[in-house]
Ligand binder design. Structure first.
Ligand SMILES: [Zn+2]
Length: 157
């Protein structure tokens, strides 16, 4: 299992990549995506494999523990779900804080394509540390509540 890097290791990567080309930009984004999001506790990953008393969940049944109306993936947790009181204030504070630092911010958001917006955020190097903190804070909200497991996934006793 990969560990989430601390902010220091993210900073080192950023400095090493100052003179970049478009190819390294793509590599950077993929790497950053994995560094920031790989070791999370969201159901889209954690229900992928069977547990002791339940079957592996098909993707459409890895539902958000708060709203139970969408797959609990990175984009949903970070940018969409409003079913927990703590999520939207974190999101609004982060987006307000970064909006002047990323070009074209207003044109990028589309509610039906949150993953594209997340990729856009990941491509903005100026905000990487703030993004990492926002991700950590949001995942902490998720970690503080038990995961939702659909009843149909439990194996017969
Ligand atoms: Zn939700």
């Amino acid at each position: 299992m990969t560990r989430v890097p601390n902010s220091e290791s993210v900073l080192i990567l950023k400095n090493e990549d100052d003179e970049s080309t478009s190819t390294t930009n793509i590599i950077w984004e993929e790497l950053l995506l994995r560094l920031i999001l790989s070791d999370h506790n969201l159901s889209v990953e954690r229900l992928r494999y069977p547990g002791r008393y339940r079957a592996a969940a098909p993707r459409h049944l890895r539902l958000c523990r708060f709203c139970r109306g969408a797959v609990e993936d990175e984009a949903h947790a970070l940018l969409v779900c409003t079913a927990h009181d703590g999520l939207q204030p974190l999101r609004e504070r982060f987006l307000h804080d970064i909006m002047d630092d990323v070009g074209g911010f207003d044109h990028k958001w589309a509610a039906d394509k949150p993953y594209e917006f997340l990729r856009f955020l990941l491509s903005s190097r100026k905000i990487v540390l703030r993004l990492a903190k926002f991700v950590a804070d949001t995942l902490a909200v998720y970690d503080s509540h038990p995961r939702y497991i659909a009843a149909t996934l439990y194996l017969p006793m």
